[in-house]
Design a protein around this ligand. Sequence first.
Ligand code: SF4
Ligand code: SF4
Length: 704
Amino acid sequence: MTERIIFIAVTIIAFGILTWSFSRIFRIINLLKKPYSIKNVRERLKITLKVVLGQTKIMRFPIIGFMHALVLWGFILILFGSAEMMFDGFLGTPFDHNPLNDRAFSILGIIYDIIIAAGDIFAWIILILIIAFLIRRNFLKIKRFQGKEMRHKDHKDASFALFLILLLMITLIGMNAAYVVAAKQVVHGVFPISSILSAFIPIESAHTIEIFMWWAHISLIFFFANYLPYSKHFHVFMSAPNVYFSRTEPYTKMTNMESVTNEVKLMLDPNAEVPPIDDTSDPERFGMKDVEDGTWKNYIDSLACTQCGRCTSVCPANLTGKSLSPRKIVLDYRRRMEEKMNGLLKEGKSYTDGKSLYPDYTSFEELWACTTCNACTQECPINIDQPSMILEMRRYIFLEESAAPSLINSMSTNIENNGAPWKYSAADRFNWADNLKISINNEETEIKVPLMSEKVAEGKSPEYLFWVGSAGSYDEGGIEISRNFVKILNHAGVDYACLGTEETDSGDNAKRAGNEFLFQMQAMMNIEVLNTYKIKKIVTCDPHDYNTLKNEYPDLGGNYKLIHHTQLIESLIKEGRINMNTELLKNKTITFHDPCYLGRGNGEYNAPRFVLNQIGKISETENNKSRSLCCGAGGTQMFKEAEKGDKEVYELRTEELLKTACNIIATACPMCMTMMKDGIKMADREKDANVMDIAEIVVKSLGI
Ligand code: SF4
Ligand code: SF4
């Protein structure tokens, strides 16, 4: 009876403290903004099962991933045994191990035996793995565990949590082994490994050891559960909810700022019908300056972070010695929230202590080094969305402080004035199509690129709109891609047209700079033109515009089927509408650089490879497909000076690509092409390899 009373008292205290910890977290969650609408329960459950239970993302590093997966699966099995212990504790019948013992040969009895046996085996596996993790963390200098954001106390916390798990396993195994001896002939459950250990336990002290281990184990469970909310190991609780609530949209889709939409609508049309503005409440701050400006998903991201450093280990900015570390972005949020939490809980969002997340924790330099490549999100084992925090802080800098880097301000002014990020006239937007010739039977024929306005005036509605984009219209390399692609379209007899000077910048770069007003203005202007022409299918050579039009325009009323030029070329080949000379580049080795916004962002890895495989031999670089390293141009980097580091991102990527001993670096993005060309020049390897867009390679092999 005494044991039972003590157990109930300890349980009430443990759960009381845990409830208090969680209630504080829930009160903060309540205070923060909603991130996005949480629909698609079925899809979310599927993702959660895959990522959490299946450990699919952690297995991207197969050996250490599998080791971690074993620990998780083992924990889940052992939880059944822990539940039984709680049950026994409440009933005052510890060590009976008996809820099903009268049914030893029933189905339930067999299931019980299997679970207990598996738990016993996994306790040993976890014990061995935790020892390996402790050695790895404390004695092997693993680079990913280091970094300026990793304080001494973080390392101590990580080791302490591992040590607690080690003690949990030791007490569990000790309890099982002593139980086997103490229970003599009537052992309930199967303990395949611990029963071997029981040979070392004297029969006269077996019961005492069993009782001691039982109490030690249950006390450790209570202590561990209460320690977790204050430890990096909080991911034990938070990973599953964090994955469940993670974004189900493409990584590269950046959220729409609804607060801006109505204002932009009124700016473009003072008579626009918009819901009345509520001027009784305090105006909301644009972007994120401090933790209370974030969403509750930002907060649970920060609580769930395991500090594993996988994100930082693939970040191109970090790899080239810049101060940005995506893990730090997440940890800064958590640490700042810890600092401000009591004040926020007492006084609400109006509480201030004179400090803020930006710039006291996260610096200007860190924020502007991001290329928005999303390698961090892709690699994070629990779907943390680091770039969204970076973008929110950029939004604050741009919209509230007007303090973006000066070249970004110039880029924005150019977009506002000329509809392009460069200082070119909007009237010249269609000049790329001048004097365009195609070779038919060795005779050069001039191509007139059709305009949508002319086609519609003739009562026609072309199947595709060719969205040229700012790079495709004004950038030297981009123009070449546009011209080559048009040659392919004409050669294959594709029914298409362009907008010409009716097209304006998509707003992609403005959005990534945090200038949501300008993005939405550009988007709404384009959508109006596209919708007037009732455009359904859009083909483009620019993965950034592909992403923006496909994923970000729908929130503003633009819904189109987007096709990347490599996807259209793939279909044309499959339909037999283009036949390439497969001999021409047969002896050349081609390596393909996956553009982040096409591959990681929108999942297209195969179309470019399908096309290239028709022509030459592909030699893959080490970091390919979803692991591809950014070229360094995205996230507005193309328009500003790079932050201080050891080298430029494009240099690192070109070095990687050249390691394949390729003759051709194939790209499928105008920005990637510019960066790779600069990289080759920098490496003084222009004689060894050419940088070519897939459209150019196809045109060459078609001989047109
Ligand atoms: S998006 Fe890319 S550059 Fe930005 S933090 Fe993540 S990995 Fe680094
Ligand atoms: S954000 Fe994700 S990948 Fe980065 S340290 Fe945290 S858990 Fe690991």
